[in-house]
Ligand binder design. Structure first.
Ligand SMILES: [Zn+2]
Length: 289
């Protein structure tokens, strides 16, 4: 009996270890080779978007309000990935940078793109302190910066900064939001943080048809202070992604915005209804899963 029992226990341990390993691998959502993956993470009432380029470069734009982003990141990146190439803090409001504090504690971050705009809130001060401690390369975002995230079969993946075009220290926080356009082949995403209509109108005047994108991350969680008629017309998106919390106290997304997008035949997806929304593109078509 004794000789039989030992190998049986050994086999059980082996099966147990193998099942943990295979669960870990299955738990990740793997990018298909040569695709760009953009995940709109469900962080409740806040924003967090993860870009994974065809060569595996990872860029996290905002991190929601708290550590919830870590759970969502480990679902997408896998438990063992503890490096992020770049984080972008669009503006220093808690629902965007709160979770980035947790990200900086958990992950090695190589580059931090942010602006000079500061809030004197405790969360913004903690974020500033964490940025200094991280020892990452810090870049202040400016219009004209283009980050090459690596090439796939459809060409290079680029993240272009469209705003701010000057030092936004004296702007109201939402107005200072970094606006960026991501493109790979013929596919493109426009990411606007909490930019209000004043900035949208400014961008339409400055960039016009260069704003045109397949996917619009709808500004300010679908608040009526963003997503003007002119802006939707200029961007002309097929999809509108809303990042908002279920039954949030702001009533986001506001009905006017939903109606305006519907009139423009924009397919709307909301993290409050769907959880994290994962999109992928081969540079010509975009699909969701
Ligand atoms: Zn916000």
């Amino acid at each position: 009996m004794r000789e039989l029992r030992l190998p049986t226990i050994g086999a059980l341990i082996t099966i147990f270890i193998l099942s943990i390993f295979s669960f870990g691998v299955r738990g990740e959502v793997q990018s298909e080779e040569g695709t760009l993956k953009v995940s709109f993470l469900d962080v409740g009432q806040g924003d967090s978007t993860l870009i994974e380029s065809p060569t595996g470069t990872q860029v996290l734009i905002d991190g929601g309000v708290d550590s919830r982003v870590l759970t969502e990141l480990s679902h997408v990146l896998g438990f063992f990935d503890k490096d992020i190439d770049m984080i972008i803090a669009t503006h220093p409001d808690g629902d965007h940078i709160g979770g980035l504090i947790d990200v900086l504690m958990r992950y090695d971050v190589h580059t931090i793109v942010m602006t000079e705009n500061k809030n004197d809130t405790p969360v913004a001060e903690t974020f500033q302190k964490m940025v200094l401690e991280e020892g990452a390369k810090v870049i202040y975002a400016r219009k004209g910066q283009v980050y090459d995230l690596g090439s796939g079969e459809a060409g290079s993946t680029t993240l272009s900064i469209l705003f701010p075009d000057h030092d936004p220290t004296n702007l109201e926080s939402n107005m200072s939001s970094i606006v960026a356009r991501l493109s790979y082949g013929e596919s493109s995403y426009l990411l606007t943080g909490d930019s209000p209509i004043e900035i949208e109108e400014y961008l339409v005047g400055q960039a016009g048809s260069a704003l045109m994108s397949d996917v619009l991350k709808v500004g300010h969680h679908g608040s009526r202070t963003s997503t003007s008629e002119n802006f939707i017309t200029a961007v002309s998106p097929t999809y509108g992604i809303i990042s908002a919390g279920k039954d949030n106290s702001y009533g986001h997304p506001h009905k006017e915005v939903v109606d305006r997008l519907t009139e423009h035949n924009v397919v709307q997806k909301n993290t409050a209804d769907e959880g994290s929304i994962v999109s992928e593109t081969d540079g010509s078509k975009i699909w969701f899963r």
